[in-house]
Design a protein around this ligand. Structure first.
Ligand code: BTN
Length: 281
């Protein structure tokens, strides 16, 4: 499926909308990433969605490729059937293939691990500013959404974790301009996309490893809760299953990552949906 163009960074051809990475993009990647992880990466110039391509790689049981990257993504997928806007050279679009073992096969805590890892990577670039997590895994910084995460189940215990980060100074389309923000704008300087990527890979590896121990899962929940926005506020949750809107006061998350709301019916838990409040869109 892949043809090597560099020791460790591969491209895929004849796979839907996916054009091979340019030499320039490959050079950027190889200079930013340690040699020991390059064999895990499939890099493209232009794709429709890195998640779609990662799903193809995930079908190869013993495949070494577990990170799919693109310089430009033209039909990025967002949560709840929405799209995701990317800009060439400015956006980071990365999809990680994650294989969970044993009792973790359902992936319930994976959104927590992915959100914490991405928050840590973004924070390494915007320090001393910090990142807030809007349940389940939107990342908020400088008053706007700086990153989104789409997790898709591929098979038993196999998931694609797609992470989009607005890194460079981007020109967002009108319909999202008021809500979206970039890492560079929050940092107040141009941030390197490759530096954020290198940090992201380190943090995703570490936080996914945390999923397999009790202490690791506790550390993940602490790291997630310390960044969780809207706790104590009145929120509205649009449920994924039937689009009904539930209003209530946000209490936090349970230890399995579910959202806890105090509603007119009492204390209720939710596993999926779109959360809004007056302060964080
Ligand atoms: C959201 O906030 O709605 C989730 C956005 C997820 C976007 C990323 S970009 C990399 C990966 N490939 C996709 O098609 N989507 C995810």
């Amino acid at each position: 499926m892949s043809n090597r163009v560099d020791p460790g960074v591969s491209t895929v051809q004849n796979s839907g909308l996916a054009t091979p990475a340019t030499d320039e993009f490959l050079a950027e990647l190889t200079s930013a990433l340690p040699a020991r992880i390059r064999h895990r990466i499939a890099a493209f110039d232009h794709v429709d969605s890195t998640n779609r391509i990662a799903r193809e790689f995930a079908q190869i049981p013993s495949g070494e490729t577990n990170i799919v990257l693109a310089d430009l993504q033209s039909a990025g997928r967002g949560r709840l059937g929405r799209g995701w806007y990317s800009e060439r050279g400015q956006s980071l679009a990365a999809s990680f293939i994650v294989r969970l073992r044993g009792g973790l096969g359902s992936g319930g805590m994976l959104p927590v691990a992915a959100a914490v890892a991405t928050a840590e990577a973004v924070e390494s670039a915007i320090h001393p500013a910090s990142v807030g997590i809007k349940w389940p895994n939107d990342l908020i910084a400088g008053g706007g959404k700086v990153s989104g995460i789409l997790i898709e189940a591929v098979g038993a215990g196999v998931f694609v974790v797609g992470i989009g980060i607005n890194v460079g100074r981007m020109l967002f389309p009108d319909d999202i301009a008021a809500r979206a923000v970039s890492v560079s704008a929050v940092a107040g300087r141009d941030v390197s996309r490759m530096r954020v990527l290198a940090s992201l890979i380190r943090h995703v590896d570490a936080r996914c490893a945390d999923l397999s121990t009790g202490d690791g899962r506790k550390a993940l929940l602490d790291a997630y809760r310390s960044r969780l926005v809207n706790v104590g506020r009145e929120v509205a949750l649009k449920r994924t299953a039937d689009s009904t809107v539930i209003r209530g006061r946000m209490l936090g998350i349970q230890d399995d990552g579910a959202l806890l709301l105090e509603t007119d019916a009492g204390r209720e838990t939710f596993y999926a949906g779109d959360l809004t409040s007056d302060t964080h869109t």
